[in-house]
Design a protein around this ligand. Structure first.
Ligand SMILES: *Cc1c(COP(=O)(O)O)cnc(C)c1O
Length: 394
């Protein structure tokens, strides 16, 4: 047996033994309040389709029409001949919506983060990241050549201490990077304070708003809008199109020079095939719906508060967060798995989140709500949680 064969078998065995083995669902339906899995219809409380746009008829129709006109594949990277009118229109709409001079599309949020950090940073720089930042930000920081330091979650004092010692070299730059909304905890970064602190120290702030974009702020432009911050305070804004916008891909928005430099330097942008133009067309329609239909955000907020009231009455371990991500902490992975299985047995799909996605000892159920849900759906989830919780947790 080769070293690889032995190593792979041992790694898989170790994952199984520690209760951390992962399996995929195989859906036989579109995303929505209900999904079909293994011949059963389940109420879906684990999608990031927060506004219910992933299968919206107008979004689907845009994709269909653009595919008829532009075909399916983009054919090349943006810089060769893969950049088409739908991509361009989407970039302009995203820049306008986020109040930034320009925006640049990437194939995925993972690529946008790793590509942007590698292009911005060099040896002698320092990148300071919240401990709970998304894996793509941490990977991007590690591979950037800059010195990577992680600060305690949402801890401004810890960050201030680490900013004192940055950058590594006199002519180096310092970048502070946070998730706007933390994906597994649902809490928000203290963006106004972070912006003040970074500006004081002549550093830049980058916000990954994958979970705030479309959900937070008066117009849905995200956590930076909610905090009243523009490009001067948050020079690098990244968000994904695969969550609230219900499509796929991501963008980085900022100054003319930032976007032009990413276009020239970001390897994940330059050496990667552009997303299909029809996806860009669908995302543009989703963005229009997001802007026109404020009721989606209002309804989502009402559902979140309804869920929280009911969960509090049941004595469930709610976190002090008021967005569509509602974690219920249970601690050990086997408890989270047992609860998730029991809920599914009764018709509710809720993800169990375990290490290494979250720190050891903090396994949880991650309930996500969507504007696609009705009040009755939320009540049904609460009934199901009530029936399962005491048997498996407590
Ligand atoms: C989902 C996510 C990403 C990655 O985006 P993809 O488009 O799915 O690759 C990046 N950052 C955060 C915070 C995310 O939740």
């Amino acid at each position: 047996m080769s070293v690889f064969s032995r190593r792979l078998a041992a790694t898989l065995e170790e994952r199984r033994a520690s209760g951390l083995y992962r399996e995929r669902l195989n859906l036989a339906s579109a995303q929505g309040a209900r999904v079909r899995v293994a011949g059963r219809e389940l109420l879906n409380f684990c999608s990031n389709d927060y506004l219910g746009l992933a299968a919206h008829p107008k979004v689907v129709e845009s994709l269909r029409r653009a595919a008829a006109e532009y075909g399916v594949g983009s054919g090349a990277s943006h810089l060769v001949c893969g950049h088409s009118a739908p991509h361009h229109a989407l970039e302009e709409a995203l820049a306008d919506f986020t109040g930034r001079p320009r925006a640049l599309l990437f194939g995925s949020g993972f690529a946008a983060n790793t590509g942007t950090l590698a292009a911005l940073l060099r040896a002698g720089d320092t990148v300071l990241q919240d401990r709970l930042n998304h894996a793509s930000l941490l990977d991007g920081g590690l591979h950037s050549g800059a010195r990577l330091r992680r600060f305690a979650h949402n801890d401004l004092d810890d960050l201030a201490r680490k900013l004192e010692r940055a950058p590594e070299q006199a002519d180096g730059a310092t970048l502070v990077v946070v998730d706007g909304v933390f994906s597994m905890d649902g809490d928000v970064a203290p963006l106004a304070e972070l912006a003040a602190l970074t500006r004081e120290r002549d550093a830049w702030l980058m916000v990954d708003d994958a979970h705030g974009f479309g959900v937070l702020g008066a117009t849905g432009a995200g956590s930076t809008e909610a905090a009243g911050l523009g490009e001067a305070e948050v020079p690098v804004l990244m968000a994904t199109l695969g969550k609230a916008l219900g499509t796929a891909g991501a963008f980085v928005a900022g100054s003319e020079d930032l976007v032009e430099a990413l276009l020239q330097l970001a390897r994940n942008y330059i050496y990667s095939t552009a997303m299909p133009p029809a996806i860009a067309a669908a995302a543009l329609t989703a963005l229009q719906l997001l802007r026109e239909e404020a009721w989606r955000r209002d309804h989502l907020r009402d559902l979140v508060e309804r869920f929280r009231r009911g969960a509090a009455q049941l004595g469930l371990p709610l976190a002090e967060v008021h967005g569509p991500i509602q974690p219920l902490h249970v601690g050990e992975p086997d408890v989270a798995m047992a609860l998730s299985a029991a809920l599914r047995e009764r018709g509710a799909l809720v993800g169990a989140i375990r290490p290494p996605t979250v720190p050891a000892g903090t396994a949880r159920l991650r309930v996500t709500l969507s504007a696609a849900h009705s009040e009755a759906d939320v009540d049904c989830l609460l009934d199901t949680l009530g029936a399962c919780w005491s048997r498996h947790a407590a």
